[in-house]
Design a protein around this ligand. Sequence first.
Ligand SMILES: CC(C)(COP(=O)(O)OP(=O)(O)OC[C@H]1O[C@@H](n2cnc3c(N)ncnc32)[C@H](O)[C@@H]1OP(=O)(O)O)[C@@H](O)C(=O)NCCC(=O)NCCS
Length: 231
Amino acid sequence: MPGYEITVDDLRSLFTSPVGIGIAREMEATQSRLYPDELAILTPHARAVRRQQFQMGRLAARRALVDLSLPPVAIGTGSRGEPVWPGGIVGSITHTADVALAAAARDEYCGGIGLDAERLTRAFPERVRRLICLPSEGIWVAVSPETRLPMVFCAKEAVFKAVYPLARLELGFQDVELQWASGSDSFRVLLKRDYPVHKMDFVSLVGKCRSYGDLLIAVVQLPPIRLAASR
Ligand SMILES: CC(C)(COP(=O)(O)OP(=O)(O)OC[C@H]1O[C@@H](n2cnc3c(N)ncnc32)[C@H](O)[C@@H]1OP(=O)(O)O)[C@@H](O)C(=O)NCCC(=O)NCCS
């Protein structure tokens, strides 16, 4: 039995604008078929665990589309591994060994989504803290390293996934500072480097990170592009 329970409503509650949500479990992976374009993404040598996670992820992604009242079409993969959603849709996929989660939104409501899940049973050694945390984050993490270090990791992975498809930025863990609201599961995202001006509004980049049993989930949402451009 997994050490967590997560529902569509749990996941939806982490978002501040309308989203479609999909969840797929390990045992469902083989019951779903991949489209030919998706099968072509998997290399012939892909390991069984990768095939299963990819299949779970695509099933979750299609469920997210259906939740938005859209047809459950093939989801491609871009050159850096990012999911390629139908026109006008943004979204994100994450998988652990036994569950995949996906969220999708119409781009009029959201400029991009980053979704990441980690099992809290995974060990995060001390050297990981030095790799992923800026000094200010290290101070925040030191209060409760067992829960806060995975939170920083999970949140930064979600930032990467939200930002990359739109800006094509290869953000490193030291390029982003998370500022956690006191006593809350919400954070603000600050970029530590100057990037060429692009259409993204980083000022209002915010996210949430919450655990459901031993499943930690981070969500980052970008504001819709039109709003960002008109500020
Ligand atoms: C891409 C990455 C974030 C994936 O995270 P992960 O924890 O290894 O794996 P997850 O199961 O959570 O997510 C995998 C999914 O992420 C999505 N993904 C992969 N590359 C992506 C990218 N460039 N942009 C957005 N989403 C991406 C894919 O949908 C993938 O699943 P799929 O291959 O089945 O379609 C991670 O491997 C990576 O490259 N990180 C870069 C370093 C980083 O995170 N820096 C943080 C700086 S703020």
